[in-house]
Design a protein around this ligand. Sequence first.
Ligand SMILES: CC(=O)N[C@H]1[C@@H](OP(=O)(O)OP(=O)(O)OC[C@H]2O[C@@H](n3ccc(=O)[nH]c3=O)[C@H](O)[C@@H]2O)O[C@H](CO)[C@@H](O)[C@@H]1O
Ligand SMILES: C=C(OP(=O)(O)O)C(=O)O
Length: 423
Amino acid sequence: MDSIVVTGGGALNGQIPIAGAKNACLTLMPATLLSEEPLTLTNAPRLSDIKTMTALLESLGAEVSALADGSVIAMSSHEANNPVADYEIVRKMRASNLVLGPLLARHGHAVVSMPGGCAIGARPMDLHIHGLEALGAEIELKEGYLHAKAAKGLKGAQIELRFASVGATENILMAATLAKGTTVLKNAAREPEIIDLATCLRAMGAQIEGDGTETITIQGVDRLHGATHPVLPDRIELGTYMLAPAIAGGEVELLGGRIDLLTSFCEKLDEAGISVTETDKGLKVARRNGQIKAVNVRTEVFPGFPTDLQAQMMALLCTADGVSVLEETIFENRFMHAPELVRMGAQIDVQGGHATVTGVERLKGAQVMATDLRASVSLILAGLAAEGETVVSRVYHLDRGYEHVVRKFQGIGAKIERIKNNG
Ligand SMILES: CC(=O)N[C@H]1[C@@H](OP(=O)(O)OP(=O)(O)OC[C@H]2O[C@@H](n3ccc(=O)[nH]c3=O)[C@H](O)[C@@H]2O)O[C@H](CO)[C@@H](O)[C@@H]1O
Ligand SMILES: C=C(OP(=O)(O)O)C(=O)O
C-alpha cells in the first residue's frame, strides 16, 4: 500500500486548479440510465470513485468512455438492459446506491445490492426506500439486495423527507423525472450538487423547479434526451486546499473557486483570522496576521458548515490560539482523524459528537494512518505545518476524492511525495 511523506515547514505560495466535484459527478453519471441518448459530462474529476462508477454502469450494459485524459466522460445507455447492481461493485463505494432510482424509472424494476455501512457511520437507505415507495415502487430486501419493482410504472407523489439526505434527494429526483404526474419533494437537500443534477436533468428535457430550496417540484415526462453538461467545481477539494496556506502560511489562489459554494466555511475562516478574497480567476487565501484564532464549528446540511470539511478544519484548529469545539451532527463516527492528530502532538478530547481541540504551538511529524477520505487529507494538511516528517499510510482513500493530490500540493511548494509500495 502506498504512503505519502510530508515534510513540514515553509510557507506555501502559488495556484491550484480546482477539479470537477466528485459528489456531483457520482450522481450525474447514473443519470445516463434515464435516457437512451448519450450523456456527456465535461470537467469530470480523475478519481478512483469515478472509475468505480464507470465499472458499475458498464456492468449494467451502458457504454462509458473517458476522453481528454479522463476530464470528459461520454456515456450511452442505449444498450443498458441489466437492472442488477452487483454486490462486488456496490460494496466498493456507497454512492453506487444512486443507480437505484434511475434503474427503477427505466426498467420498472431494479435489483441493487445494499451498500452497507462505512467507517464514518451506518448510513442506512430508509429515506431512499420510503421515497421510491411513495412513487409506487414495491421494495423488498432479499439476501442483501434491494429488489424494487413498479409494475405499473412510477407515479408522482407528495414526499417529505425526515432528514434532508443528499443521496435520497438525488435518487427520488432522478426517478421522478420519468414518473407519471407531479412529484413534490419536501425537506429536500439543498446542496450545490443537487442543483447541478437538476440542471443536467433539465438539459435532458426534465421539468424540475425549486432545486436549491427545500421544496423541489418535478413534472414527469415520457422520455429524456441526450445532453452535454459541465460538472460543477468541487467545493470540498476547494475548501481543503484553502486550508493549506491557512495552516502553513503563504498565499494560494484557487483557480475556479467560488465563495457561494462555501459561505459558512469562509465565515469560519474569517473568524479564525484567514482572509479569502475573490479574484478574476477564483479565490485567494492567506492568513491576516500570524496567529490562527480558535473557533467553534458545527457541521450542518447546506448552507451550513460541510461535514466533508470537518476533519481538515480540525487540522487547522490544532495550532489555533485557544480552545475550539467541533460538533459533528451529520455522521455518528466522523472523528477518526482525532487520535491520529493526537499522535502528532495535538490536544483533542472527543466526547460523543463533540471534539474539543486545545491549540498547541506546533505539531510534530509522526507515522499516521488514513481511515477515510477526508481524514487522510487532514493528516497531510497537519503534516504541512508540523515539525519534521509525517508519513501517512493507506492513502488509497485519498485517490477516491483528490486528483493529482501530490502534484497539486507540490505546485504550491509543499515538500510532499508518494512512496510506492508494491508489496
Ligand atoms: C457521494 C456523495 O454525494 N456523498 C456525500 C453525501 O452522502 P450521502 O448522500 O450518503 O449523505 P446523506 O445526506 O444521505 O446522509 C446524511 C445523514 O442522513 C442519514 N441517512 C441517509 C439516508 C437514509 O436513507 N437514511 C439516513 O438516516 C445518514 O446516515 C447520515 O447520517 O452527502 C453527505 C452529507 O453532506 C456527504 O458527507 C457525502 O460526501
Ligand atoms: C463521505 C464522502 O463520500 P461518500 O459519500 O462517497 O462516502 C466524502 O466525499 O467525504
